[in-house]
Design a protein around this ligand. Structure first.
Ligand SMILES: [Zn+2]
Length: 102
């Protein structure tokens, strides 16, 4: 059965739609779109560039942080979650979150 208007959108367009005015982690997006987190990260890398290039809105990255000592991975532009805190060695890292502000 053919889907509604939403099925016409590419995965990348759907990610942009979900992120606009919102904050989501790669895991949230993967769950919502039904694709692997790894694929979400690949799409995000392209979306970061296209949003900046189009001059429509601003891609926002809330950095990952350590749940145990509060260390924030500032200046980190990678989209994937760091595996370990450099300060206390904890692996309880809060995922980075993304959004697009118009
Ligand atoms: Zn820590």
């Amino acid at each position: 059965m053919p889907g509604g208007p939403d099925s016409e959108l590419t995965v990348r367009q759907q990610i942009v739609q979900v992120l606009t005015g919102a904050r989501c982690s790669a895991r949230d997006l993967a769950h919502r779109l039904g694709i692997p987190e790894r694929q979400v990260e690949e799409h995000l890398a392209h979306i970061v560039k296209s949003v900046a290039g189009a001059g429509e809105g601003q891609f926002y990255i809330e950095p990952a942080s350590c749940q145990d000592c509060g260390f924030v991975f500032r200046g980190r532009t990678r989209l994937t979650r760091p595996s370990r805190c450099p300060k206390c060695r904890s692996e309880a890292i809060l995922e980075p979150r993304f959004g697009i502000d118009l």
